[in-house]
Write a protein that binds this ligand. Structure first.
Ligand code: ADP
Length: 405
């Protein structure tokens, strides 16, 4: 029997999201998530998409990631999709930080896992959870290839002038301080899909990708390779996000420590969790913010304008970085759904080439599509991202010959 299925795991500190895909046709067989792991109110939601199984939901304590993955395995087994199936080719793990070493999806060995662990100081929130997910999956199927797909990998092609901060080189190198970028799997998928939408090969086009979810990042992609991105050492840099400030004068940090008596951890929490849209207006959901703007709420309107202003600055910057731009692609929760954000971000940029057609922009669709008139010098696209499919695809490419030899 040919092994064509890939289980994709995205392990957070208290959650696991998963999808089981069949790579013969990229079909999703089941999707789900376990959240609030370690609490008494853990919740598992499982949706089989093949066959006639129904969405199932369980609440009750799930003690740790190991128990969570066992519960997921049980749910999959109920649908005849058990993890012991010979059709399962690999488990693909989203790993947030791969540093400079991991430029490609990688089969996880003890040595690879140790390196992911060495990167914990630069990704303290994410890599530990990813490592737990990997260990748990290895315990469940020790014989199966486990693949790490890194959020940073797509950005490792950034040239030094884009990747380096202008700080003392020795200090930077001693502590691996440089710009790594994140959401790479999404930027890779969306830039490639945008090229296809233009009927071109990725090597022929220059694309600006705007990944606007709760976290948000922009990237400049030249001929399929990332040449700049807005997130840096951590996901804090760049665009205004749901709860993160994005770019800020670094002196704000030590000013708050000296003047407001805040600790480094206090400032960390302030900038990562209490800033961005939520800090500006109390809401981080763009739907709610638009509702408030439409109702005449001034704080929400200012938050929206600050968000859009930063976005415009990055679009302008990446037009300059790329020299020639073929398309600007919007993706993720806000980018795919919030027509007012797309309209406002592109408004007034005719001189640079992009134009948004109001009617096309208003269409709601789950498909990749152009929202610019044919006459625009720079196309504007909406491209639903699919990080799980991309992780599955990259994992399967790596193992298909190995497992089906
Ligand atoms: P993440 O993966 O970073 O958690 P998503 O890409 O799922 O985020 O995006 C989530 C965000 O997308 C929400 O916080 C909300 O602001 C925005 N969003 C989702 N649906 C809509 C919509 N219909 N209109 C406007 N914004 C939306």
């Amino acid at each position: 029997m040919t092994a064509t299925r890939v289980l994709v795991l995205n392990s957070g500190s208290s959650s696991v999201k998963y999808q089981l895909l069949d790579m013969r046709d990229s079909a999703r067989l089941a999707v789900g998530l376990v959240e609030r792991i370690g609490e008494s109110t853990s919740r598992l939601v499982h949706t089989p998409l093949a066959g006639d199984g129904e969405r199932r939901e369980h609440t009750g304590a799930i003690a740790d990631h190991s128990a969570a993955l066992k519960a997921v395995a049980d749910e999959l087994a109920r649908d005849g999709l058990g993890l012991d199936s010979p059709e399962l080719a690999a488990i693909g793990h989203r790993v947030v930080h791969g540093g400079l070493r991991f430029t490609e999806p990688t089969v996880i060995t003890d040595e690879v896992l140790a390196e992911i662990e060495r990167l914990v100081p630069v990704a303290p929130l994410h890599n530990p959870a990813n490592i737990t997910g990997i260990r748990t999956a290895q315990a469940l199927r020790p014989d199966l290839p486990q693949i790490a797909v890194f959020d940073t990998a797509f950005h490792t092609t950034m040239p030094e002038p884009a990747a380096r901060y202008a700080i003392d080189v020795k200090t930077a190198d001693a502590h691996r301080i440089r710009r790594y970028g994140f959401h790479g799997t999404s930027h890779a998928y969306v830039s490639r899909t945008t090229a296809a939408l233009l009927g071109k090969d990725p090597s022929e086009v220059n694309v600006i990708v705007l990944h606007l979810g709760n976290g948000a990042s922009a990237s400049a992609v030249r001929g399929g390779r990332c040449v700049d991105t807005s997130m840096g050492l951590t996901p804090l840099e760049g665009l205004v996000m749901g709860t993160r400030s994005g770019d800020i004068d670094p002196a704000v940090t030590f000013h708050l420590m000296r003047v407001a008596g805040m600790s480094a951890d206090d400032v960390d929490v302030l900038l990562n969790k209490k800033s961005g849209l939520v800090g500006l207006c109390g809401d981080n959901d763009m739907r709610e913010i638009r509702r408030r703007v439409d109702a005449g709420d001034e704080r929400a309107a200012l938050a929206f304008d600050i968000y859009v202003h930063r976005l415009k600055k990055y679009i302008g910057a990446y037009c300059a970085v790329l020299g020639r731009v073929d398309a600007i692609a919007f993706t993720a929760g806000v980018g795919e759904n919030a027509a007012p954000v797309r309209e406002a971000a592109i408004a007034g940029l005719e001189g640079l080439g992009p134009v948004v057609d109001a009617e096309l922009n208003a269409v709601r669709s789950g498909e990749a599509r152009l929202i610019s008139p044919a006459s625009a010098r720079v196309a504007v696209a909406v491209v639903p991202t699919d990080e799980e499919l991309e992780i599955a695809r990259q994992s399967y490419e790596l193992v298909k010959n190995m497992v089906n030899a």
